[in-house]
Design a protein around this ligand. Structure first.
Ligand SMILES: *Cc1c(COP(=O)(O)O)cnc(C)c1O
Length: 392
């Protein structure tokens, strides 16, 4: 192919402005590098944006998922279900607690947890007295799962819900912010640099339940507190108490300051991502070859997606390797989201096989994630689609 090489186009990346830099530098010269005012401010602003009462920041979404499971009492002997089409953190969090993990197959056209598969699996689990304690749906690509239906099943079968909304901040479901906890007990955001907004590393767990919030606060910081202590300690300013076995999962002030400034750009970032996604969809629909050879993963009518990822699926999966390699050879940083978690060697050791979740397997085999981030240009989009067309 006689393609101009040009600069590398990653599938996702952060968008940093001078104000982000200034915000971090200001913290460096302030009194607090950790445990100061920026983390509570970031928590308050994310809670407000998401229309949820409480938010607990952590040093990653992985840590946030872990403390969410702990707050819901997940422990040895419990079972937690999640989607196989996700990052490994969505299920590792349950293993950290000593629980067993199982997966619910996805819809083959969206990669989202299938309500039908969930419903069927619950009916069987009830008969064998092996119902999950927690189910973790994942809003893949920023497209919301059918949370209303999943919540109905939660009430029927008495399980708790953690929404892994790592891809979802800035999106909406049924005209409310994704992660708003109307249909779950705890929701999780990630602020890794490839996600919608970033704090470099960082995550947050949101809930409208005060008692879950208090538990997460303890778990995020050693299980130690200085609040609500017995009256005999009220005049002892040095006094603190370890009430449970927690971790040091705290977010630093530097990370929170970056997060606060990024949050002020969230609406613009998501609008830009939607504009670029619409442009991809339009260009693909208009192209005779592309519209015949592939289709795109899009959100349901009830969802305004944060569009963390733009995923296409090749109608002939056997062409994926060639297309993928041609894109990479042309400096286009495509990726695949995700290799089913159950396919990972560690999970195979636990007894899972790719054939256990056939929709997840077929979704995986035909998927390619195309570049999508706020600084992607329409010209770059044209180049990406041209390489795909030529390699097909
Ligand atoms: C990125 C991601 C995580 C983990 O986020 P970190 O902040 O990197 O720990 C968890 N779940 C999903 C679906 C993710 O995409």
């Amino acid at each position: 192919m006689s393609q101009e090489k040009g600069p590398y186009i990653p599938y996702g990346k952060q968008h940093i402005c001078q104000e982000d830099i200034d915000a971090v530098v200001d913290v460096l010269t302030s009194d607090f590098l950790t445990q100061g005012p920026k983390v509570p401010l970031f928590e308050q602003l994310v809670a407000q944006h998401s229309q949820v009462k409480y938010a607990c920041a952590a040093n990653s979404a992985t840590s946030a998922l872990h403390i969410a499971c702990l707050a819901l009492g997940v422990t040895k002997g419990d079972v937690v279900w999640t989607s196989p089409i996700s990052f490994v953190a969505s299920s590792n969090c349950a293993l950290y607690c000593g629980a067993d993990v199982d997966f619910v197959d996805v819809e083959s056209n969206t990669g989202l947890m299938s309500v039908k598969a969930l419903s069927r699996k619950l009916a069987i689990a009830k008969q064998s007295n092996n119902l999950p304690k927690v189910v973790i749906p994942v809003h893949l690509a920023g497209h919301s799962c059918d949370m209303e239906a999943i919540d109905k099943l939660a009430k029927k079968y008495q399980f708790k819900i953690i929404e892994d909304a790592s891809h979802g901040i800035g999106g909406q479901y049924k005209d409310r912010p994704i992660g708003n906890c109307q249909y779950c007990d705890i929701s999780i955001f990630s602020f890794h640099p490839v996600k919608i907004i970033t704090s470099a590393e960082g995550g947050m767990a949101l809930t409208s339940d005060e008692s879950l919030y208090n538990k997460m606060r303890l778990f995020v910081s050693h299980g130690v507190t200085r609040e609500n202590l017995a009256p005999e300690h009220s005049n002892q300013a040095w006094y603190y108490e370890q009430q449970t076995l927690g971790f040091n999962y705290r977010m630093s002030e530097l990370h929170a300051a970056l997060g606060v400034n990024q949050l002020s750009k969230l609406i613009d970032f998501v609008a830009r991502r939607n504009k670029l996604a619409d442009s991809y969809l339009e260009k693909i629909a208009k192209d005779r070859v592309l519209s015949k050879e592939l289709h795109s993963i899009t959100p349901s009518n009830e969802c305004y997606s944060a569009y963390h990822l733009f995923v296409i699926q090749l109608n002939k999966p056997e062409k994926r390797l060639t297309v993928f390699n041609q894109l990479r050879a042309n400096g286009i940083g495509v990726n695949v989201h995700y290799i089913p978690i159950c396919n990972q060697p560690y999970y195979r050791e636990l007894g899972f096989k790719p054939s256990d979740f056939p929709n997840a397997q077929s979704y995986y085999e035909s998927a390619i994630t195309l570049p999508l981030h706020p600084s992607l240009s329409l010209q770059e989009q044209d180049k990406i689609l041209k390489v795909i067309r030529e390699s097909l």
